[in-house]
Ligand binder design. Sequence first.
Ligand code: GAR
Length: 195
Amino acid sequence: MKNIVILISGGGSNMAAIVRCAQREGWRKTYGAQVAAVISNRPDAGGLALARDHMIATDVVDHKRFESREAFDTELANVIDRRQPTLVVLAGFMRILTPGFVGRYQGRLINIHPSLLPAFPGLHTHQRAIDAGCKFAGATVHQVTSELDYGPILEQAVVPIVPGDTAGALAARVLTQEHLIYPRAIAALLPSLNG
Ligand code: GAR
């Protein structure tokens, strides 16, 4: 079985979209794949309850309990590896990862970022796109490399920025597209990964 492990920090709407798509499209049968666990670095992440609603195992690795990024990443990798992952999916996971962690999962670690990378890596992407006068914004699914919000692009979606747009309205428009492209990118990747 190809185990997908999803890392979250917050509401987990992308995680839920992936879980729903896996169920709807029958990823077990089609790809021999399942969402094996959802892991959060925040004990209060709303997505944990969503995952449990879908009968998916959850773990918490609270970053505040660790003195260094390295110590946190080491424990995170231990918890991930217990689930024997084929693919590690960052879905609103708001931690910068160490090169050691990224190297460990190279080629099977992916992220979604709410901008049209390579434009606007980092935080506050929607406001920055509005402030820059962009006519379009969007989201990118990409392989993770040790450079933040960089790496080979797997999928992108484009949405318009409309006159008078706010960061919140734009974020909601982009998020709707994220929920479509993230499951699609994973489904496209699964056949090339060994379980
Ligand atoms: C999503 O918009 C995702 O692209 C973004 O956080 C949100 C998480 O929402 N990720 C990043 O900004 C990572 N740099 P969700 O928890 O509802 O999926």
